[in-house]
Structures are given as structure tokens and as C-alpha cells.
Design a protein around this ligand. Structure first.
Ligand code: NZQ
Ligand code: ZN
Length: 385
């Protein structure tokens, strides 16, 4: 196992009816900005629950944070923050709202000239507004982690800082019942791939992390399809298991003390930035390509994955690896997400342009050994055609 320091101080309120906990979480004299997206929270009464939980607080609102949050939108919140002396942000929504709010929190107190430097130059952040989160879409883990992804002019870029980790997060599985099938699928697949990015590397004898990761993968494989099936889609226990899996997949725990990959995500961000493809759907296209092209480098963990997650124990090594890749793709098909570039209309001739953008974004040494060069990324996308 590798050395690590683990600290995740986000307080979690899990379960039905927990939105009321935000009243006690946010200091009474705070001036709060409630941030949200395109209005789903008004249709499913989450907004009303937040409103009644904050009845004794002073609060304002900022709406319109879009999926894959856009810099030009987020930056508009800064005027509101100044005008109303805001000192606390409450993000109510999916990963995009939480991520966008993280950027706003850092930009509001940024001492440099251009807040975009936070993302492009990893400019130092010395303070940020405190954040709380009411999560409505289990997927990203953003509600308890330090990361965020922001888009500007088709450039989708991540940043990470402990100062933007939410102080608390409300996870009420009942608010996920209004998700469309597409968003349910996206969430399950995103959480699945987060787990894979921290698991499918090379062995460091981290038994607990491995078995926790396998537990998350098995849970998502078991519960994900149930959330799409008409007979079970309203089952709150299914939603609870998915929601907790998604948080644990990216709260830092399974990634502590193990190598991490993230090539699938970085290549995937180019597909969202350039073509507007949903985040999770880029991952279901890229991951099988990564598994195929990195089958030698990932051999031991691929075999472990095959055996422990899919119970594939017969045949020679190569055929077990092939079968594990096939099972992964089948699972993605069950979740109704694409697994090939051709499924989303991207052709061979476009790969070069995608690689150019990846290179321009500095993503030239990806993977757990930093040896996924643009050439290897090219091979990965070619394998995904
Ligand atoms: O905007 P509203 O109206 O709220 O609608 C949203 C949005 O259209 C809707 N939605 C959310 N909760 C709902 C709901 N509709 C009905 N009922 C509900 N309860 O779902 C749509 C998609 O929401 P979005 O927040 O974009 O989805 P997701 O949570 O998948 O977030 C994706 C973003 O997170 C980033 C992605 O790159 C992408 O930008 N990620 C953030 C990470 C992190 N911070 O650690 C890691 C991830 O790998 C990922 O990169
Ligand atoms: Zn993701």
C-alpha cells in the first residue's frame, strides 16, 4: 500500500427528510446564496423543502447553472455575492451545480487577476466561501470531495482544492425519484467508472481498498438496472444503495493508498467539451478502449476484476481479460449508454482533432504510470470507434 493522508470532513445527512438538517448546519447569521440549475428542484419540491429549512435565515438565489457548468454563467454570481454580502453558498442540484458552486466559492475570494487561472493555471487559492450541498443526482461524488470541472469555450477543465469541499451534504434518496432514465444511467455509470479509475491499475496489496472498490462495483451492477426497471424503479432502497455507492466511489476513501488512473476521464472531458456528450456517456465509450489498449499494463488487476466482480475464472489469461471487457460493455448496454464513438456519431477522421485538444490541455502523460501519451490516447480512441 502507498502512503497516504486521508481527511474528509464533510458531514453527511443521509436519508429521507434530511433536507431539514440544513437549518442547523448553516450559522444563523449567515447571508446565504442558494445556487441551482435549470429548475428541476422546483418541479420535485426540493426547492420548497430548502425554503422551509431556511425560514429563519437570510438567503438569496442564483439559478441557471447548466449541466457541465459554464464559466460565463458562474462568473455572474460574483456580482450577486458582492451586492448582498453573501458569506455562505448552498448548492442544490447535481454534480454540475455543486461543481459550479465550488468555482464560485473560490472565484469570489480569488486574489489573482483572472479567476479562470484557477482552472487553467491551477492558480493558488488562499480562501473560499464555505459551501453546503443538497444533492439531487447521485453520480459525481462532488458533494464530499475537493474537485470541480468547469467549461469555457469548449474547454472542459478540472481543478481541486480542499477549501472548496462542502462542509456538509444532504443525501436524500427520495429526491432522486424524479430523475429521468438517462440521468439515472449517467449517475450509475459515472460512479462505476470512478471506482474503476482507482481500482484498475496495478496491485499494491491494498486489500481493503480493493475489496471496497469491488463492493461498490458489485452494488452498482446489481442495483443500477433496478433503477431503470419499471417494477423496481420507485424502490427507495435501490436509490439509497446507488446514492451511497456514488458518494463512496469518489470521497477519497477507495483512492487512498493506491495508484489512480483517470485517463478515461481526461479523454472523456474532450468529448464533452468538443461534442457536448454527457459526461458518463463519454466514460462508457472510453473505458473499454482503455481496458483493451492497457491490457498488459493492467493485466493483474484485470484478472482480479474478472474473477472477483464477474466470477470469470476459466480459460487462459487473455480470454479471461476479453470476457471481463465484454461483461463491462454488456453492463453499460444494460444501463443504456453508448460504448463506441460511432454510437454518438464520431468518426475516425475526428480523432486527430480530439487528440490535439487533449494535448493543448496538457493531458500528455495520463494514467497510473503517467505513460499514456497522446499516441496511446489515439490508440484508445481508435479502439473505441
Ligand atoms: O439543472 P436541473 O434543472 O437541476 O436539471 C438537472 C440536469 O439537467 C437534472 N437533475 C438533477 N437532479 C434531478 C434532475 N432532474 C430531475 N430530478 C432530479 N432529482 O439532471 C441534469 C444533469 O445534471 P448534472 O448536475 O449535470 O449531472 P451530474 O451530477 O452527472 O454532473 C455532471 C458534472 O459533474 C462533473 C462532470 O464533468 C459534469 O460536468 N464531474 C464532477 C466530478 C467531481 N466534482 O468530483 C467528478 C466527475 O467525474 C465529473 O467529472
Ligand atoms: Zn466522472
Amino acid at each position: 500500500m502507498l502512503n497516504f493522508t486521508f481527511h474528509n470532513p464533510t458531514r453527511i445527512h443521509f436519508g429521507e427528510g434530511q433536507i431539514k438538517a440544513i437549518g442547523a448546519e448553516i450559522p444563523a447569521n449567515s447571508r446565504i446564496l442558494v445556487t441551482y440549475g435549470g429548475g428541476s428542484i422546483k418541479k420535485n419540491e426540493v426547492y420548497d423543502q430548502v425554503k422551509s429549512a431556511l425560514e429563519n435565515h437570510t438567503w438569496f438565489e442564483f439559478s441557471g447553472i447548466e449541466p457541465n457548468p459554464i464559466y460565463d454563467t458562474l462568473i455572474k454570481a460574483l456580482d450577486l455575492i458582492k451586492a448582498h454580502d453573501i458569506d455562505y453558498l448552498l448548492a442544490v442540484g447535481g454534480g454540475s451545480v455543486v461543481d459550479g458552486t465550488k468555482f464560485i466559492a473560490a472565484a469570489a475570494l480569488f486574489e489573482g487577476e483572472d479567476p479562470w487561472d484557477i482552472v487553467t493555471k491551477q492558480a493558488p487559492i488562499s480562501s473560499a466561501l464555505p459551501i453546503g450541498a443538497v444533492l439531487t443526482l447521485p453520480a459525481t461524488g462532488s458533494e464530499t470531495n475537493t474537485g470541480a470541472v468547469v467549461t469555457r469555450n469548449g474547454n472542459k477543465l478540472p481543478f481541486s482544492n480542499p477549501l472548496v469541499r462542502p462542509q456538509f451534504a444532504v443525501l436524500d434518496p427520495s429526491v432522486t425519484l424524479t430523475l429521468s432514465d438517462r440521468q439515472i444511467s449517467n449517475g450509475v455509470v459515472d460512479a462505476f467508472v470512478h471506482t474503476m479509475e482507482q481500482y484498475l491499475t496495478f496491485p499494491v496489496n491494498a486489500k481493503v481498498q480493493d475489496r471496497m472498490a469491488e463492493g461498490l462495483l458489485l452494488t452498482l451492477i446489481e442495483e443500477g438496472p433496478k433503477a431503470l426497471n419499471a417494477d423496481t424503479k420507485k424502490d427507495l432502497e435501490v436509490r439509497a444503495n446507488i446514492m451511497w455507492s456514488a458518494t463512496l466511489a469518489l470521497n477519497g476513501l477507495i483512492g487512498a493508498g493506491v495508484p489512480q488512473d483517470w485517463a478515461t476521464h481526461m479523454i472523456g472531458h474532450e468529448l464533452t467539451g468538443g461534442y457536448g456528450i454527457d459526461h458518463a456517456r463519454t466514460l462508457s465509450i472510453v473505458l473499454p478502449g482503455v481496458m483493451k489498449i492497457r491490457r498488459n499494463e493492467k493485466r493483474e488487476k484485470l484478472l482480479q476484476y474478472a474473477s472477483r466482480v464477474w466470477e470469470i475464472n476459466d480459460g487462459d489469461e487473455q480470454s479471461r481479460i476479453d470476457a471481463a471487457i465484454q461483461k463491462t460493455e454488456q453492463f453499460f448496454h444494460t444501463m443504456d449508454v453508448p460504448t463506441r464513438l460511432s454510437h454518438v456519431g464520431i468518426e475516425r477522421s475526428e480523432i486527430e482533432g480530439i487528440i490535439e485538444k487533449l494535448t493543448a490541455h496538457g493531458m500528455v502523460k495520463l494514467g497510473e504510470k503517467r505513460d499514456i501519451t497522446p499516441d496511446v490516447s489515439h490508440q484508445i480512441l481508435t479502439a473505441a470507434l
